[in-house]
Design a protein around this ligand. Sequence first.
Ligand SMILES: Nc1ncnc2c1ncn2[C@@H]1O[C@H](COP(=O)(O)OP(=O)(O)OP(=O)(O)O)[C@@H](O)[C@H]1O
Length: 311
Amino acid sequence: MLLEIKNLHFSHQPEKKLFQNLNLKIEKGKIIALAGESGCGKSTLLNIIYGLLQWEKGEIILDDVQLFGPKKNIVPGEADIKMVAQTYDLMPFATVAENVGKFLSNINLKEKKEKVRQLLEVVGMTEFSETLPKYLSGGQQQRVAIARALSQMPKLLLLDEPFSNLDYSRKIELREKLFTYVKENQLSLVISTHEIQEIMPWTDRLIILMEGRLIQNDDPKETYQNPYNEYVAKLFGEVNVFLNEEKENFNLNKNFYFPQEIKIAENGLEAEVLDSRFAGNHYWNKVKLMGKNLVIYSDQKLNGTIFLEFP
Ligand SMILES: Nc1ncnc2c1ncn2[C@@H]1O[C@H](COP(=O)(O)OP(=O)(O)OP(=O)(O)O)[C@@H](O)[C@H]1O
């Protein structure tokens, strides 16, 4: 086991406990998504693991070594862990390439140059290699900081919402290159997000926090198919929630159905289309099933009466 958190207790303010008895294990070489609504404690947990916030009770063990937090560390942050959060801490008078190469060995300069080139390629910053950080946007500085963190081959890499500053096309490009690099180099990564869908294809495990409680820790597919509750289901996007009574009435197999799961069939449960709108790769429809409004997706614009089938 790479990281073990046992019975962790932490509060920012004395009267308001955030983590109470939090337990978590992270295996080596895995990509872990830490997800949950804004304010659930993702950044706080990453800061605790990294050693910037002192926990009150509990144990944190990294690769069989007990960590003690900021109280015991002279330099803030654990040496074996690297974190990229919202402050990037780049050297202002050094170029992008120098920043990325800061922690690389100078013994073989050709090798160092090649490594910097490779890392800049991973984060899509090759064309800025000779630029100073002050001429970069927030998102660009963040990518340089990610490249620098990767260069150090930490035992554990923590990324706090690394795609939040990026536009869609950059995000798509960065996530594929970054996750491929992480896997090829067998790094262990915990990445926080409130957009699970964006990183789901690359994650080995999904850890869901809700108001400081760890409520689900599963394989992403398992979490999607069997969300622990409505809160978890909603992290995947729009969802139709059926109370137990409704589930029985409609003879359904589960409580949560994503719009794309409900199929339009020749016969089934009769519903009335209330609204149908083009949404790119599908039509978004609001339909009424025995007094209950649902959202379903379809290939064509809908109207009138339809029949629904629930898997
Ligand atoms: N320095 C602080 N002092 C007091 N309370 C804090 C502090 N930092 C965070 N909190 C509170 O702790 C809780 C968890 O915050 P945290 O930033 O860890 O959440 P998050 O899941 O990372 O949110 P986001 O997705 O918005 O970044 C929130 O209720 C927040 O208000």
